[in-house]
Design a protein around this ligand. Structure first.
Ligand SMILES: Cc1cc2nc3c(=O)[nH]c(=O)nc-3n(C[C@H](O)[C@H](O)[C@H](O)COP(=O)(O)OP(=O)(O)OC[C@H]3O[C@@H](n4cnc5c(N)ncnc54)[C@H](O)[C@@H]3O)c2cc1C
Length: 284
């Protein structure tokens, strides 16, 4: 295939690959660019995705790539998009290896960076014993002694929520935590600065989200007050022809929601490509 595409999808997580599946099945020539750093890759499994509950993330992404390979119109390339700009009746996307490609529409699905609190041991347990989302990981630590790391209203709310999964939830404020105690790789306790220990097999933390890379800025996309790319209910951004799906545009940030938003962006992009207007999907 040449370097002119109907659609370039930037990001090959569930959002981007779900959009690409819709485009491929609609026979639209689609290039998926992917850095291969989906945010849940470190986790042991995907929690809460119907039909794939408990599937290891790497397995889910490999299967999704296999499904896309069945469609001639879709090409997945392991490369980064480093720049994107509107040009003529479409967009030019610059790749990390120096290539440039053209597309009539763009779908951004680059995910978000989750900022893990800078506490010794948190990175090592991230996505398993240290987690940010009870809906993703709460089931696996149900009925165990748990800690909410944080303070203030948000931490109080997280502790009240986590009580749905365990009766043993302790709030530990940042100034109080000295270190984590692990045994054979398993989290066993939080050690307080006064030397006391809180038995603990799971820690819920607040992990602020940050946009990945500069494509939204380079394309001049409007952002929400919460720092997400602003989209309407069909995944259209403030720039005609540019869609955004998944974590960078849709909250709460979870796999099923990212996947659905990618599918929707794919449907609306196909309609734009075939009907020449950014038409809203008809209700049937
Ligand atoms: C540790 C952890 C565990 C989680 N566990 C769960 C769970 O169990 N259940 C659940 O529902 N949710 C879970 N989540 C949330 C879930 O991972 C996200 O909601 C989901 O991955 C978002 O999908 P996405 O496609 O938007 O982004 P991502 O999955 O992050 O994929 C984005 C892709 O875009 C690529 N990319 C970024 N920039 C570029 C670029 N410039 N060029 C090319 N490629 C680029 C990245 O390399 C990446 O492959 C978890 C999150 C974390 C951090």
């Amino acid at each position: 295939m040449g370097d002119d595409w109907d659609c370039v999808v930037v990001g090959g997580g569930v959002a981007g690959m779900s959009a690409a599946l819709v485009l491929g099945r609609a026979r639209r020539r689609t290039l998926v660019l992917d850095g291969g750093a989906q945010s849940n890759r470190v986790a042991e499994h995907v929690g809460g995705l119907l039909g794939n509950d408990g599937t290891p993330p790497a397995e889910l992404y490999a299967r999704a790539r296999e499904e896309l390979a069945a469609y001639d119109a879709v090409v997945v390339r392991s490369d980064e998009a480093v720049d994107a700009r509107a040009e003529g009746d479409g967009f030019t996307v610059a790749l990390g290896d120096g290539d440039e490609v053209r597309a009539r529409v763009l779908i951004l699905a680059t995910g978000m960076d989750y900022e893990v609190p800078d506490v010794p041991g948190f990175r090592e347990h991230w996505g398993r014993a240290v987690f940010h989302c009870p809906f993703c990981h709460g089931w696996e630590v149900r009925d165990r002694p748990l800690v909410v790391y944080g303070e203030g209203e948000h931490a109080d709310m997280q502790a009240a929520l986590l009580a749905g999964w365990s009766d043993d939830v302790t709030l530990v404020a940042p100034g109080e935590l000295a270190e984590l105690r692990t045994e054979e790789g398993a989290l066993r306790a939080v050690v307080r600065t006064d030397g006391s220990e809180v038995p603990c097999e799971g820690i819920l933390v607040h992990a602020p989200l940050r946009l990945r890379g500069s494509l939204p800025e380079r394309l001049g996309l409007a952002l929400t007050d919460h720092g997400l790319v602003s989209v309407d209910s069909f995944g259209r951004t403030s720039v005609p022809g540019v869609y955004a799906a998944g974590d960078l545009a849709v909250a709460p940030q979870q796999v099923a929601i990212a996947l659905g938003s990618g599918h929707l962006a794919g449907v609306v992009a196909v309609r734009e490509l075939l009907l020449d207007v950014p038409a809203e999907p008809a209700t049937r």
